[in-house]
Design a protein around this ligand. Structure first.
Ligand code: YOG
Length: 135
C-alpha cells in the first residue's frame, strides 16, 4: 500500500521560508507579504497521479503530475521560472527534483503520524513546513 497524502492540510510551521524565498530571488515587498501567509495544501492522489494545490489569501499555485513522468513546470506566481520536474517515490517519501537555472532544487513530502511534512530545498537552503490535517 502506498502512502495516502489525500486531504486538506493546514500550515502549522514554516521554518526558514525567508531564506528560501531569498535564494529564489523573491523581491522584498513580496517576501514581506508571503512570510505571514498561512498556506493550505489540497492533495488529490489517485494511484500515481497527483494534483497538489497550495492555497493562500495572496496567491494560489497548482500542479499536476504522474510519478516517474518528467514535466515542464512553470512556477507561475512563485519565482516564475521554467524547470524540468520529476517526482518519484523514495520509500514512503514523495521526492521532486526541479532541474533548471537553480542548482539542487526540489521538494519532498512525507507523513509523520497525522502531520504532513514538506521540505523545500534550493542551492543548499532548506525550508521545512509542517501541516495538520483538516478535520
Ligand atoms: O509545492 O512547489 O506541495 O506544487 C512555495 C513558495 C507565495 C508567493 C509554495 C505564495 C516559494 C511568493 C509552493 C504561497 C516561494 C513567494 C502560496 C511550493 C516563492 C514565492 C502559493 C510547491 C509543491 C509541493 C506542489
Amino acid at each position: 500500500m502506498p502512502v495516502d497524502f489525500n486531504g486538506r492540510w493546514l500550515m502549522e510551521t514554516n521554518d526558514n521560508f525567508e531564506d528560501f524565498m531569498k535564494v529564489l530571488n523573491i523581491d522584498l515587498a513580496t517576501r514581506k507579504i508571503a512570510i505571514h501567509l498561512s498556506q493550505t495544501k489540497v492533495i488529490i492522489q489517485d494511484g500515481d497521479k497527483f494534483v497538489i494545490k497550495t492555497l493562500s489569501i495572496f496567491r494560489n499555485y497548482e500542479m499536476s503530475f504522474t510519478i516517474g513522468e518528467e514535466i515542464e513546470e512553470y512556477t507561475k506566481g512563485l519565482d516564475n521560472r521554467v524547470v524540468k520536474t520529476l517526482i518519484t517515490w523514495e520509500g514512503d517519501k514523495l521526492v521532486c527534483t526541479q532541474r533548471g537555472e537553480k542548482a539542487n532544487r526540489g521538494w519532498k513530502h512525507w507523513l509523520e503520524g497525522d502531520k504532513l511534512h514538506m521540505e523545500l530545498f534550493c542551492e543548499g537552503v532548506v525550508c521545512h513546513q509542517v501541516f495538520k490535517k483538516q478535520a
